[in-house]
Design a protein around this ligand. Structure first.
Ligand SMILES: [Mg+2]
Length: 220
């Protein structure tokens, strides 16, 4: 998963958003359900993904509702995350073509890392939840992975792998994906919010990530 271990890649770089793209859920909602703040968190997430709220501020507000949650709830949330159909086919197809696949998320490493490893993803970047004495503090540890940070990750990973930007593709559903969709050679709106559909180069409306292979010319 470390950029330092990646050699020069001959194929494309595909960068996926996590929540409602790599997985079917919004991961923070799985934690909010356990914390009793689901209704509020789901409403704020919906508005943030539609581009109506500042992402970083809205994330801090949502994470604050998780204060006091036992860190054992992280494993329970991980168990409920569902990989989006077609993701195995997409990753295998990109790897077979000499390319790399990364995931960048406004969600959390604590939930995403085991899945990213299981799926064989080459890069993974997300926020970290602060934990003290076995409980979430309700704070994010470090800078928030926002829209600008997602775009930066794409550029950084392409550079690390020696992949020119014209061979990059970004896939996401929310307003915080717009900058990385714009930065990639091809930005794909995946079962996306209206603002993302309107600004992306192309839209996939079926919840099947293998559809990205056709956009890459990797499926006849
Ligand atoms: Mg998303």
């Amino acid at each position: 998963m470390s950029a330092g271990t990646i050699g020069r890649a001959s194929g494309p770089l595909v960068v996926l958003d996590a929540d409602s793209t790599l997985i079917l859920e919004e991961a923070i909602e799985l934690l909010a359900e356990a914390a009793g703040s689901l209704e509020h968190v789901a409403a704020v997430t919906e508005r943030a993904m539609r581009g109506e709220l500042d992402f970083a501020a809205s994330l801090r507000e949502r994470v604050a509702t998780l204060a006091g949650l036992a860190d054992t709830e992280l494993a329970a949330a991980r168990d409920r995350m569902t990989p989006t159909p077609g993701v195995h086919e997409l990753i295998a197809g990109v790897h077979a073509a000499g390319g790399l696949v990364g995931v960048v998320s406004g969600g959390f490493h604590e939930l995403l890392d085991p899945l990213a490893e299981r799926l064989g993803l080459d890069f993974c970047r997300a926020n970290r939840l602060e934990v003290a004495d076995g409980r979430l503090t309700g704070r994010v540890d470090g800078a928030v992975v926002d829209a600008a940070a997602k775009a930066s990750a794409l550029v950084e990973w392409a550079d690390a792998a020696g992949i020119p930007l014209h061979r990059t593709i970004a896939v996401g559903d929310g307003a915080n994906d717009l900058q990385m969709l714009d930065r990639a050679a091809l930005g794909v709106a995946f079962c996306a919010k209206p603002i993302v559909r309107a600004q992306a180069d192309v839209a996939i409306d079926r919840p099947d990530l293998s559809g990205v292979l056709a956009l890459l010319g990797l499926r006849g």
